[in-house]
Design a protein around this ligand. Sequence first.
Ligand code: NAD
Length: 338
Amino acid sequence: MTNDGQTRVLVTGAGGFIGSHLVTYLRKRGYWVRGVDLKYPEFAPADADEFLVLDLRRWENCLEAANGIDEIYALAADMGGMGFISSHNALIFHNNALINLHTIEAAREKCVRRYLYTSSACVYPEHLQEIPNVKGLREEDAYPAAPQDGYGWEKLYTERLCQYYAEDYGIEMRTVRFHNIFGENGTWEGGREKAPAALARKIAIAKLTRTNEIEIWGDGEQTRSFCYIDDCIEGLYRLMRSNHRDPINLGQDRMVSINELADMLADIAGVEITKRYVSGPQGVRGRNSDNTKLKEVLGWEPSVSLEDGLAKTYAWIEEQVRASLIPAPAGEALPASA
Ligand code: NAD
């Protein structure tokens, strides 16, 4: 607690997409917030009371991050969209295991009371997700374990770590399994962006350059559910305040195909697009969230419609694309001495 009686919260990954939104939300709720990341937020000023640039793969940095903290939201991870996570298994497992092992142990050493770990729908077995029209995944479906990539295996392993720390050391642990969170101020280019941001970028480029064609990885019939960032943050906060100790899904349970998602974004953009299907990593064939437990435990579920969330996200991404397409003023690219 601060001298003013404020709860002191640490958000790791506070320079990233979900972390930066969470910091703003928690400050509005009256918390004192320390943000930690390898980098400052890219798209808005850091909102935290204190922001430390630290590499959380290192033990001494985790101790510094957790010092004087009451509650931790652990979001730091080396991650990205399908293209990134399907081709960097060793890097992802190594980096994320170090971050999580050290952050959790630092929480124990610094007597942190509550700890929320952000896991993923990627923990679910691949064989339950082999057709587009799949059943929603229930929390208990995670076992027997058979996640798809190193990213999913590491998430499942850290879920276990959290369970053992709760059992052996009495830390109040919460574990959330996100299903495709999207919204403004997230990575939209560079290879780590996820499907909604990548499609919005491609459609914005097609619109602004009048090419009207976009590439889709695979046949576009693979399905997912997508949850808007405001719902994600609200759900995170409610889960932290709840008494629920087991992993729980947090996502929408409306499943759409990648083709449908592209059509929705094109409608929002007001353009006709042609889809060109190319080979590329697609992940599992179909995935949806079963929200039965979420509703039971939190008495709440995400409510922002996909259309509304996509409209806000597309508007933001079109703005970024427009700015990136403006040529630099003449002379700006010249070296200072020229
Ligand atoms: P993000 O990549 O935008 O944020 C993660 C942040 O962690 C980044 O800012 C990154 O710099 C930071 N980070 C990486 N390595 C670090 C290190 N060694 N030390 C300190 N910071 C480090 O991702 P996000 O979408 O905001 O995701 C947040 C969390 O939610 C992650 O744990 C992610 O695995 C999980 N998750 C997200 C989604 C989603 O749809 N966005 C889905 C499932 C799970």
